[in-house]
Write a protein of this length. Structure first.
Ligand code: ADP
Ligand code: MG
Length: 347
């Protein structure tokens, strides 16, 4: 089995625990979008109503996918082209709030979360279908060139609903943020529809509403190095979002080394400090951006960057496989193999 099949067989960093469910109470639907799978689980709804709601969520997902796509014809591509001209232009409503939030997350993460580096992400070629195939690295000179006067979110000026770019290499790519942001929108729709019990999972991000019947929604965090293995279980409270970023979801190997899709804006190369980060937050977009930023921060800057992003429940498996867990996260975790060695981190 090649890696692609393995990923299809095991698409999630967060696996749903299915124990104890009664089929007629749990409605599930799987949708392909954002380049991966989105799993909708709606609990306790009459089946006809669940179908109607699932169809509404699917329409919303398909709209978001077409608006925010970074490398196919999309609204975002038009915005990127206009940003590079340096001219003032009107921001589409579907994009402006994402840019606003990305600017504040860029600041809070000290630039480690930098969605303005779309040209760098594209240079590494993690977007295509063959992203896992071994290939030569991008030329060092090209990486250096992109990082000479590198674009940041502070190069995007917002004035009311008008935008202006201040760097000719600006290329917004919401790959580290859009799934979390999108889940927030889906949760909003579910609440509007009066749905109180649901779990929506987009492989590495998910949001929980209410409970799964008489017990909380329970999820597993995948072990970054044991294929199919569980690192820990945790239960989610109403309205909580969980995000995982890891070096095992999208990567290729070359000369015995792993090159993954989370890039360090300071070096232009894949981040080296951590194998995986999982965290909880009530805002799905913050959760998504924060797990990406903490992969770049690594163990040394874990606590400081988490604190600046308002994250208190987080864990990291560092590059040596050590498990760092924040004091807030520790009581939330249940480990399958008893009590592993854990380094406690005060955030
Ligand atoms: P996943 O997409 O597997 O959930 P992430 O949320 O961590 O993982 O997002 C990774 C994606 O984010 C990359 O494919 C790329 O598009 C983008 N990205 C990579 N490095 C950064 C970074 N330092 N800051 C912001 N976005 C990044
Ligand atoms: Mg992310």
């Amino acid at each position: 089995m090649n890696r692609r099949q393995l990923l299809l067989a095991l698409p999630s960093a967060l696996l749903l625990s299915a124990c104890g469910q009664t089929p007629e109470q749990l409605f599930t639907r799987r949708v392909h979008t954002f380049g991966s799978w989105v799993d909708l689980s709606l609990y306790g709804l009459e089946p006809g109503r669940a179908e109607v709601i699932a169809a509404r969520l699917e329409r919303e997902l398909s709209f978001m996918n077409s608006a925010w796509h970074a490398w196919k014809p999309s609204l975002l591509e038009e915005v990127n082209a206009k940003l590079r001209t340096g001219q003032v232009f009107a921001a589409p409503d579907a994009i402006l709030p994402l840019i606003r939030q990305c600017k504040s997350l860029y600041e809070a993460s000290e630039g480690l979360f930098n969605p303005a580096l779309g040209l760098l992400f594209r240079l590494w070629g993690f977007h295509g279908d063959k992203s896992w195939e071994s290939r030569p690295l991008p030329e060092a000179a090209k990486i250096r060139e992109l990082l000479t006067d590198p674009p940041g979110m502070d190069d995007v000026e917002i004035d009311g609903n008008r935008l202006r770019g201040h760097n000719a290499r600006l290329s917004l790519d919401f790959g580290g943020f859009a799934k979390g942001y999108g889940l927030d929108r889906l949760a909003e729709i579910l609440r509007q529809e009066g749905v109180t019990h649901a779990l929506v999972s987009a492989t590495s991000n998910l949001v929980a509403l209410g409970t799964h019947g008489s017990r909380p929604w329970r999820i597993a965090i995948r072990h970054p190095r044991r294929e199919g293995g569980v690192l820990a279980w945790l239960e989610l409270a109403d309205g909580e979002c969980c995000s995982t970023s890891g070096d095992y979801e999208r990567y290729f190997e070359r000369d015995g080394r792993r090159y993954h899709h989370i890039l360090d804006p300071r070096t232009g190369y894949p981040a080296t400090g951590a194998q995986a980060v999982t965290l909880l937050h009530r805002d799905g977009a913050v959760a998504d951006a924060a797990s990406t930023a903490l992969m770049v921060a690594g163990p040394r800057d874990f606590a400081r960057i988490a604190r600046r992003l308002g994250v208190s429940e987080a864990l990291m498996v560092d590059a040596d496989g050590r498990l760092l867990v924040s004091e807030g996260m520790r009581p939330r975790l249940h480990f399958p193999d008893g009590r592993p060695d854990v380094l406690s981190v005060a955030i």
